[in-house]
Design a protein. Structure first.
Lengths: 132, 132, 132, 132
């Protein structure tokens, strides 16, 4: 398996720690190489609308092997991927918070974070990914 | 329970009164802390397309603890949450009319209104929320 | 309009009263001639899964001008309408609790109730419909 | 909050332990009073089709305050809730593995487990719920 549950828990713990530092409760999800969720947590007080978003940011980031922060740029009106959010039966999130996980140059999974500003979400996702 | 049916009826009554003043029939919905609908009314002559919208504005406003008027700004092309309307399986409304309900600093529910202009919807939602 | 908001509120009040008598909190919804919801309430403590069901029982009952209790019989495996629940994009409920509203021999709307046993739901829906 | 993240993690740990004893890797999810997911894990080797199922069993069990094992009986062809799986936009699971969480006689959340036979899923869900 590309990303084990032990990996996911370690990453989520790192993400929770960063979120606590920032003072913004988050939803944090980890997906494996198949884009399928390995684990998810909603920190106490985090937005309920972000449960779905965190899981889908993880999927999206693995689905296209890109941060959703970068995908966001390509997906604005007028840009090359505008409209991509309508694909994959509603599973594509085009705003910051999704970060791919790499092992030996290969993308083997992704982290998705939602619960604050785009910048906060991305920061927490990076912290989680670093623990991989 | 965060928002009782008695609370919801009182808020809806206040919303109906404001809508009558404005002269624009509305759909008015109230959600609880879990984002689940407590009550909904469609005033005589109000748009049938707004039944769904009012209920989803209430959900959205609780899901992200924000007015949908403010969420609208963040969700325009080029802004940090552009694409958020594709999340939560079609339940996210990103235009004015949703207002969170607060009790002791905590968001414990939301009102959603639809049936007129964005400004009218927001005004009626505020009137309903004030009755909480 | 086939069913006014005043009609719907009067019916819902009658339904709430019957549900209180039975001692089972209910979701009660009223639809008009177009199958569109006029009003809905969730009594304190009623199942959150029944919000959707009550609204869809009202739709279903008007959609086919039949109680959902009777539709249930036709919709069991082996019977003539088995599979009808897969139609109308998930809006068809095939168990008791939906009752059509008649005016001068014409069906002009419906009540949908969910929150207890099929028998309880049907009893409360009948009580609400009688107030029409 | 009805079910904290700490509660959810403790329950999931208990569920993982029971699943390991049985020798069947599982997906385990916990929902709060609003039916919204608090945490989810997929044990290494567990079915990817069960990610969604475990989360929806938790929702269902809270939505109707019942084990999905009991709901299954009511939902077979010929019984009072046959067709309930068509409600709630695809979120209703009508087979064993969902167990409500009670606090002082009130249902305040639920556990959902998927990955093995119905009996195995229910056993692991019970073990997780007991840790609440």
């Amino acid at each position: 398996m590309s990303v084990t549950l032990a990996d996911a828990k370690r990453m989520i713990e790192a993400g929770e720690k960063k979120a606590a530092e920032i003072g913004q409760p988050m939803n944090i999800a980890v997906a494996d190489a198949g884009g399928n969720i390995v684990a998810h947590v909603r920190m106490d007080g985090a937005w309920i609308g972000s449960i779905d978003i965190s899981q889908k940011k993880a999927y999206t980031s693995r689905a296209f092997d890109i941060t959703t922060k970068d995908l966001a740029e390509h997906s604005q009106s007028g840009n090359q991927f505008f409209g991509i959010h309508a694909s994959n039966n509603g599973k594509i999130m085009i705003f910051a918070g999704g970060v791919p996980l790499k092992k030996e140059g290969q993308v083997v999974g992704a982290v998705g974070v939602s619960g604050g500003s785009g910048e906060q979400d991305h920061t927490v996702a990076e912290a989680a990914a670093t623990a991989f």
